[in-house]
Design a binder for this molecule. Sequence first.
Ligand SMILES: Nc1nc2c(ncn2[C@@H]2O[C@H](COP(=O)(O)OP(=O)(O)OP(=O)(O)O)[C@@H](O)[C@H]2O)c(=O)[nH]1
Length: 329
Amino acid sequence: MQQPDRLALLEGVLEAVGAGIIIVDDAHNVVLWNKWMDRHAGRTAQEAIGANLFDLMPELRGGRVEAAVAAALTNHFSSLLSPTLNRAPFPLYPNAAARARNQHDERLQQAIAVTPLALPGAAPDAPRYCMIQLNDVSMAASREKLLREQTELLRMQSFSDGLTGVANRRAFDVAIDREVRRAKRNGGVVSLLMIDIDYFKPYNDHYGHQQGDQCLMLVAATLQALLQRSVDMLARYGGEEFAVILPDNDARQARTIAEALHARVLAQQIPHAFARGELKMITVSIGVATLPPGEPSDPARLIGAADGALYAAKRQGRNRVEAALEDHD
Ligand SMILES: Nc1nc2c(ncn2[C@@H]2O[C@H](COP(=O)(O)OP(=O)(O)OP(=O)(O)O)[C@@H](O)[C@H]2O)c(=O)[nH]1
């Protein structure tokens, strides 16, 4: 049987392989440049072979690729250049049109291996070579990016209320615990507002659930717009009840903010013809409580006190702000 021409076969492999292969000698001159490189770098083997790699692609000078080539040629070290650290050091593009646009973010994302080449039987002082393999990992990188974005979205969704977009009950539970502990650690205060829409059941019953939803969204946006500090947290505590955590605000400051929130909702003038009070508009009742410095850090106690104040506001006719008793001293 006739033996295949192994050299021709090897050349065929080099041209067919789905990765870039460059071999440089110890003067960094290109001695091999495969078809894949031709396609993605826009230079033929004829143009590349014999030229210095770093003259062909000057932006590689002084970077990790040059260091890896030096390490391979001088010390026989192999290197893998992680695509996370160095996404696209070689100017390689998916096609000629992208290359012509010359935008860095259109480059192929690259996983690069730099390997010293030991030629079998070569004398110790024989010329040294180094092989640079380039794999296109753009697909994997964009999948990874998509996954990261989806994870972030899921994380956001699991902590925000689907209807109003403000923090949900789960986020509130985590935050109140954190803020109460922080206040205790720093010898500081933390205040809490419980806000409930008045006569929301008749609103829902008469205007319908969808308009009820619209009303909840508008009230949430109105409350949120007034809270300027990034540490303040508005959360949907449940149904038509909201909570606001006010770190570092004492009882007086918290009441001022509660009064402002109360007035701002009223100023929206959302008609509520079926409210049982005198005002035929959407109003809120707000309970205020403060955990003074030196008190045991107990979120349940703070929530209980704010809830009690809210209940008092409801009992006294709604559409008002009431503070927990202990704040009056
Ligand atoms: N549209 C809508 N309604 C909701 C939602 N969650 C809770 N509700 C409604 O909110 C209403 C709450 O009613 P109640 O707890 O009786 O309170 P209220 O009528 O506001 O009375 P007071 O609080 O005492 O002034 C109920 O009719 C619930 O169905 C929601 O996500 N969307």
